[in-house]
Write a protein that binds this ligand. Sequence first.
Ligand code: SF4
Ligand code: SF4
Length: 134
Amino acid sequence: MVRKVKIVFDEMNVQESVTYILATEFGLKPNVLKAEIKGDGSGIMILIIEGDQAKADAGIARLEELGFVVKELERHILRDKERCFSCGACISQCPTRSFAFDPVTWEVHLDIDTCIACGSCIDSCSVKALKLNI
Ligand code: SF4
Ligand code: SF4
């Protein structure tokens, strides 16, 4: 199964490697979608974690023990396929590249697994086909 989490860290625990811990200690497949680190060493990371649910729970608990603040991200974007005419305007607005043209049909596809619900794409849609699922 796939989990999407936001991890907040400070200068005390930034040295710990989140992806290393999840992969080596718990056999999970973490994928960093986005990371922002401030000058003081604190920051946030958006991760997709693939693997067994119990192991993911254990891995997240381990990160919290180490001082990371972990929040599950369940929000994502919804697209009204009746309104969408695959203009592609939303593609360049998405920091996680969740929209993409199908090279065969030239329809725009949306991968909600990688969406971090930032909302950046919403205003780019002239027919208001996009809204956040909160
Ligand atoms: S809300 Fe839109 S722009 Fe933001 S990650 Fe999701 S699909 Fe991409
Ligand atoms: S901007 Fe709107 S109409 Fe254009 S591809 Fe994206 S969702 Fe579809």
